[in-house]
Structures are given as structure tokens and as C-alpha cells.
Design a protein around this ligand. Structure first.
Ligand SMILES: [Zn+2]
Length: 92
């Protein structure tokens, strides 16, 4: 994708994440482009998880210019529910 602010072609974004000790810092995440959208797989340690759209854009920035890289500030989040089932010994 191309960052709207600096014009650079980027394939990662910096996402602000909580560390285990409650501090936070930006980590690099690969982006997937999908039908005109940018998708990032992250988790609930994302500091923007319970913030408004305006606050969230400060937690997702271009690695080059450190600004939100898109014109639209809308962010959709989906919860991925993974089901794990177990085989018994005879099924292995
Ligand atoms: Zn940029």
C-alpha cells in the first residue's frame, strides 16, 4: 500500500501494543491488502481496542512518517474465534 502522508510504498504498519508489564510500545505488523482494505491480525493487547476511531488512529502508524496512512479513519474489528477439538489415541 502507499501511505497517504509520505507517499512511500509500505508493507508493514507500526501498531501500539501493551506489554505484559502494562507499558506499551509500537511493534511492526505485516499488512494484507484485501478488496480495497488493509487487514492486520493483532490481538486484545492492541492499545486501541477500547478507544474511539479518533484515538485509534494514533495507535496505527506508517513506519516511515509515523502517521495514520489512510484517508478513511474507519476501523472495523472482528473477533476471531478458534475452536480446537481433540483426538483420542485411537484416532491419531
Ligand atoms: Zn507515511
Amino acid at each position: 500500500m502507499k501511505c497517504i502522508n509520505c507517499g512511500k510504498e509500505i508493507n508493514t504498519l507500526l501498531i501500539n501494543m501493551f506489554n505484559y508489564d502494562g507499558t506499551d510500545r509500537f511493534y511492526s505488523y505485516p499488512i494484507t491488502e484485501c478488496e480495497g482494505a488493509i487487514v492486520i491480525e493483532t490481538d486484545k493487547n492492541w492499545t486501541g481496542y477500547e478507544l474511539s476511531d479518533e484515538e485509534r488512529i494514533e495507535t496505527i502508524v506508517c513506519p516511515n512518517c509515523k502517521k495514520f496512512p489512510l484517508k478513511s479513519k474507519a476501523i472495523l474489528e472482528s473477533e476471531i474465534l478458534e475452536l480446537v477439538m481433540f483426538k483420542t489415541e485411537e484416532e491419531l
